[in-house]
Ligand binder design. Structure first.
Ligand code: SAM
Ligand code: SF4
Length: 358
């Protein structure tokens, strides 16, 4: 007679299968995301081991500059949406952006992420000049996170010296995407991601966890999108409700689910760069550190000057206050408390793979 497996045996087998690098079916990913809560620590521990084996123990930093909070889109979840008339809008001057990039350089962080709403005030030439100045005056590695653009724009950004691009697919459900991003099209988003990959950008995608209408099946599909497009970076963050948006008052405090998605992403994609996001630090004071112990290996401190930072109001309660040096020194202490240190090199996934290949 075949002995039936206990729940604990079946969960441990599944986590072990993922930890050993075996491909998981959609059904198995759904099961992984749904394991009883008492098994969450086993899942996080497996992801932590794979993170250590694939990416090492050091944490990579990317410094963010949020240079404009103008946006022409109307995403239901985001405080920067066009119809939020309460928001005081700003655009940093080119010199302010360069000065902030220099501060990032001086603090030892090797890469900058330039992020904004979808703001057509910035013609491709303007962005290219900015990229060229940052390259020339700071030599920082540049990631752009400025939304959907044309193939020619992406080509121009690359020729000007941008190396990486972050464009989250936000949700793998076409219906949910259409509802949450009025006037936008999921296929267009995916096309942009394909162009970026084909051009050779280190490409980041990702999702929000805890969106209204989201199911475990949709989260499993998010993970499959990340794996199938061979993304280099994965921005997985909790949805946090903003009071001045149509999704006001929709609570999301499920830190455990957020950590499970990060852990599953590490087990499924192996050697990707996964940030412990600012949104996680906002959801829970120790959220970022817990993510770093459940598969994440990157932190993206926000270096936007204080006068603008509070106005980049995607969702309420964002952290990371103080000067660049103060922020870094606080992070160093936090990382030390979990036995980890900062790696001040660029942490390039493609270069790492080339090294491995040779
Ligand atoms: N406009 C660009 C875009 O949408 O790709 C880049 C800036 S946008 C503010 C950066 C990210 O913020 C989005 O990819 C989205 O996942 C996240 N975001 C927006 N509103 C959010 C919210 N209420 N909670 C959590 N994340 C949010
Ligand atoms: Fe604009 Fe991006 Fe916010 Fe959507 S998520 S409203 S595109 S800034």
């Amino acid at each position: 007679m075949v002995k039936e497996m206990s729940i604990s045996e079946s969960v441990e087998n599944l986590i072990g299968k993922a930890q050993n690098g075996n491909d998981l079916s959609r059904k198995e990913i759904i099961r992984l995301l749904s394991v009883p809560t008492e098994y969450s620590p086993v899942l996080f521990d497996a992801a932590d081991k794979v993170r250590k084996e694939q990416m090492g123990d050091e944490i990579f930093l990317r410094g963010i500059i949020e240079f404009s909070n103008h946006c022409e889109r109307n995403c239901l979840y985001c405080g920067l949406r066009k119809d939020n008339s309460k928001l005081s809008r700003y655009r940093m001057t080119e010199d302010e952006i360069i000065a902030t990039a220099q501060e990032i350089k001086q603090s030892g962080v090797p890469t900058v992420v330039l992020q904004s709403g979808e703001d057509s005030f910035y013609k491709p030439d303007t962005i290219c000049l900015l990229i060229e100045r940052i390259r020339k005056e700071t030599d920082l590695i540049i990631t752009l996170s400025i939304g959907e653009r044309t193939l020619n724009d992406y080509k121009a950004f690359q020729q000007a010296g941008a190396n990486r691009y972050l464009l989250k697919h936000e949700t793998a459900s076409v219906e949910l995407y259409k509802y949450l991003r009025p006037g936008c099209n999921w296929d267009d988003r995916l096309q942009c991601l394909r162009w970026l990959k084909e051009l050779g950008f280190e490409t980041g995608t990702g999702n929000m966890v805890g969106l209204p209408g989201q199911t475990t099946e949709i989260l499993a599909d998010d993970l499959l999108v990340m794996k199938n497009m061979d993304a280099d970076m994965l921005g997985i963050g909790p949805f946090i409700s903003h009071p001045d948006t149509p999704l006001a008052g929709i609570d999301n405090d499920d830190l455990d689910l957020e950590l499970r998605v990060i852990a599953a992403a590490r087990l499924i994609t192996r050697d990707t760069n996964i940030p412990a996001t600012t949104a996680l630090a906002t959801l829970h004071p120790r959220g970022r550190l817990q993510a770093l112990q459940a598969g994440a290996n990157v932190v993206m401190p926000d270096f936007t000057p204080e006068i603008y930072k509070t106005r980049y109001d995607i969702y309420p309660g964002r952290r990371d206050v103080g000067s660049a040096l103060e922020i870094i020194s606080k992070l160093e202490k936090d990382f030390y408390s979990i036995g980890r240190t900062i790696n001040y090199s660029v942490g390039n996934r493609q270069t790492k793979r080339e090294h491995v290949a040779f």
